[in-house]
Write a protein that binds this ligand. Sequence first.
Ligand SMILES: Cc1cc2nc3c(=O)[nH]c(=O)nc-3n(C[C@H](O)[C@H](O)[C@H](O)COP(=O)(O)OP(=O)(O)OC[C@H]3O[C@@H](n4cnc5c(N)ncnc54)[C@H](O)[C@@H]3O)c2cc1C
Length: 236
Amino acid sequence: MTIDSPPPGLPAASAPPSARTRIRRIPDNARYDAATVHAIIDAALVCHVAFTDPAGVHCIPTACWRMGEHLYVHGSNGSRMLKVLQSEHGAAVTITHLDGLVLARSAFNHSMNYRSLVIYGHFEIVPEPGKSAALAAFLDHLLAGRQAEVRPGNAKELAATTVLRIGLDEAAAKVHAGPPEDDDEDMAWPVWAGVLPLQLSPQAPVRDAACSTAEPEYVRRWTERSFAPPEEPPAG
Ligand SMILES: Cc1cc2nc3c(=O)[nH]c(=O)nc-3n(C[C@H](O)[C@H](O)[C@H](O)COP(=O)(O)OP(=O)(O)OC[C@H]3O[C@@H](n4cnc5c(N)ncnc54)[C@H](O)[C@@H]3O)c2cc1C
């Protein structure tokens, strides 16, 4: 598999923000611009957070959202991950959107289309009043309009919840899109070649048995929500 074949037609990458974010493997796929970084986070509901503690190296999936130049995560005060992330140790966050399987004529040239992101840095705690605002933004990131309808978090719930954020100043994105790229001598090989697109596909809502409230717009239109990649990658 050559996952890293250069994407056709993408603009040249801007400069990496640090030595460790410089994409060495197929640098033509590198994207360091804020528009690409923001778009990858905004299209994500989940990230993976890597960190170390005395027990070893961990990589934990968790919900995420963006406000300005920070990625946010939240959870119970009792979360091991959230406690460790408040220490002086650094962390790495990744997000991957898998956009398709790229079927080449040779086994070697098979690939994937994707938008991925790696962020390095240190998480910091978000105290009140920013904590409540961040949690409201999280619910609206999941479903625009939901926050205004639900019972707001009370003092006890807020006190039991930790919100952390990490800056986006050390982030690198990698984007691969396009058809298979076969070697000339393989082009006549009699096998189907092309792209099998992939994306999250929202399914019909399932009403709770004890709920008699009318469906709001974001529920009625849930199956129309698109997780497709942007038509044109954001300019670098
Ligand atoms: C869906 C998917 C499937 C993949 N499958 C394979 C596979 O099967 N085999 C394989 O070798 N590679 C695969 N890759 C590419 C892989 O993520 C790495 O980019 C590649 O393996 C090079 O790793 P490296 O540590 O040598 O990168 P380097 O270029 O040395 O990494 C340097 C820095 O670049 C940044 N970086 C590296 N990779 C990424 C990335 N994907 N997204 C954002 N920033 C990045 C990080 O900051 C990293 O520290 C896949 C990527 C995706 C998104």
